[in-house]
Design a protein around this ligand. Sequence first.
Ligand code: 5GP
Ligand code: ZN
Length: 114
Amino acid sequence: MTDCIFCKMASGEITPDTIYEDDDVLAFRDLHPQAPTHVLVIPKRHVSTLNDLDADSAGLAGKLLLAAAKVADREGIAEQGYRTVINCNTAGGQTVFHLHLHLLGGRPMHWPPG
Ligand code: 5GP
Ligand code: ZN
């Protein structure tokens, strides 16, 4: 996907504030943080939304979660706690159509969210 900003980050065409990377996953700080720690964890391969995961790509979901837990540990928020969010499609609040997991922490998270 040549016009996808997160694909450009995954390919290195744009350099994000990367804090974790492996063969399948990239994690970088959100441009407009909603919490002291606000990191986006993305698959390097383009998947538009959670709806587009299938049996072949479902393993990516686990990799996103494992990477999020690793980043939370590195950020020092694993014990106090944090939130992970995946927005799906417009009513779900998704604005960038490359699957991503938000990792939010460093302040108390309220429920339900607004
Ligand atoms: P969504 O609303 O799709 O779940 O989340 C998209 C997130 O991507 C937003 O929190 C937004 O701040 C973040 N974002 C959008 N463009 C960029 C960018 O160019 N760089 C970074 N680091 N984050 C971005
Ligand atoms: Zn993409």
